[in-house]
Design a protein around this ligand. Structure first.
Ligand SMILES: Cc1cc2nc3c(=O)[nH]c(=O)nc-3n(C[C@H](O)[C@H](O)[C@H](O)COP(=O)(O)OP(=O)(O)OC[C@H]3O[C@@H](n4cnc5c(N)ncnc54)[C@H](O)[C@@H]3O)c2cc1C
Length: 374
């Protein structure tokens, strides 16, 4: 019997697979309802492959946008630097497709599947900590409530405060801000096709825009903090941004938050059935769009390992094998951040390189990521 903490993407995916293997479990969730807002996430082939394997892709498919191209565009003049042929890459490598979807809708699909399995989700249970008593764990919540547990899966997302003393979280501020907005296609100062993700590059900021829900596009701006006037969210300081975009950025009502860098270290007792997955186990910078996809991969690896083994040490060893991959994803996201926010003259050469390199070669350099057999 396992207790999963958190009914996010990792927790629900894990639950779905445990149910298929008849492993009894329950879920604790601090919220009472599903996420309010529609905002977009990208589900890359490595994750859509898992959704297919666990029998959910066909159900979710009607709510997803299939992505055939990623266009990289200069924010100076709105000219295309390169167009990455995702569809060609997927077909060449016999991969599952690349999608975008509303996070809320993905969550609802996962929740439906979990509900159909009859799994109990205990909402409104904000876990404050977990205490290891040697032969069992205490899960503490509310004022003085406790549940005794024999096995725990922590899937509580990113947080400054760890639930267990064997988890260390170091927070470093990153000098970057994230701005998010949803706009109708016609409001955006660039024509957005239904099958494409657009990455706009400049020096101080980059913008990612894609269709994800009804006729709307998800827009994420990542910008260096020192360029932003917080009082009226004016983006006047940005040089090298084409005028229509400048006006759009200034006129849009953004949700803004600091992009904190968390470093999470796990010191789990390998003899105990306690595991950590998703953002609770690692924070990945958004520059490779892998947060949700890694949460799905983690959930799959853990649930399959639990289904095939009863010895916690074997399961911990199997999960540790994922570390090298996670580290590579974190490194590549950090490299992308440097490339996306490069200053002159590096940004000048970046743009020349993008214009003059075979587009498929950029995707081929990510084969290790997207073509992942678990
Ligand atoms: C704007 C934005 C855009 C993103 N875009 C992408 C993208 O394009 N591609 C991508 O792969 N990823 C993206 N991500 C990241 C992605 O959403 C996360 O990496 C992913 O949701 C992690 O899943 P998770 O299950 O680990 O955590 P979450 O989805 O955060 O779920 C954690 C769950 O645990 C619950 N919880 C937390 N603490 C407790 C507690 N103490 N007790 C009980 N329950 C608790 C929470 O309420 C929540 O339901 C984006 C994130 C943001 C914010």
């Amino acid at each position: 019997m396992y207790d999963i903490i958190g009914s996010g993407i990792a927790g629900l995916t894990c639950s779905q697979i445990l149910s298929k293997s008849n492993i009894s479990h329950s879920i604790f969730e601090k919220e009472t309802s599903s996420p309010e807002d529609h905002y977009g996430i990208q589900i890359t082939p490595n994750a859509s492959n898992i959704l297919a394997k666990i029998g959910l892709l066909d159900t979710i498919l009607p709510d997803m946008h299939v992505i055939n191209n990623i266009e990289i565009i200069s924010l100076r003049n709105l000219k295309t630097l390169t167009r990455l042929p995702v569809n060609e890459f997927v077909l060449n490598n016999n991969l599952s497709k690349y999608f975008t979807i509303s996070r809320k809708i993905l969550y609802e699909h996962l929740l439906n599947a979990v509900n159909k399995n009859g799994t109990v989700i205990e909402n409104n249970k904000n876990i404050s900590n977990i205490i290891d008593h040697g032969d069992h764990f205490d899960i503490n919540y509310g004022k003085n409530d406790t549940k005794e547990s024999r096995g725990i899966i922590i899937a509580s997302g990113s947080s400054k405060k760890p639930l267990l003393k064997n988890i260390l979280i170091k927070q470093t501020s990153s000098n970057y801000l994230t701005l998010r907005a949803v706009a109708k296609k016609k409001e955006f100062p660039f024509q957005i096709k239904n099958d494409s993700i657009y990455v706009f590059l400049s020096e101080d900021l980059h913008i990612v825009a894609y269709p994800f829900f009804e006729d709307k596009i998800n827009i994420v701006v990542i910008a260096k903090k020192n360029n932003l006037n917080f009082n009226n969210i004016s983006i006047n300081h940005f040089k090298s941004v084409e005028n229509t975009f400048h006006d759009f950025l200034n006129a849009t009502n953004w949700t803004i938050w600091n992009l904190n860098d968390y470093k999470t270290k796990l010191f789990l007792d390998k003899n105990k059935p306690i595991f950590v997955i998703g953002d609770a186990a690692h924070t990945i910078k958004p520059h490779l769009a892998q947060g949700a996809s890694m949460a799905i991969e983690d959930a799959y690896s853990l649930a399959v390992s639990i289904s095939n083994n009863s010895d916690p040490k074997i399961i911990h060893d199997l999960m540790e094998k994922r570390n090298a991959r996670i580290k590579k994803v974190i490194r590549r996201s950090s490299t992308n951040r440097l490339i996306f926010h490069a200053k002159q003259p590096v940004s000048y050469f970046r743009d020349i390189y993008l214009r003059n390199t075979k587009p498929i070669s950029h995707l081929n350099s990510l084969k290790w990521l997207y073509n992942y057999e678990i």
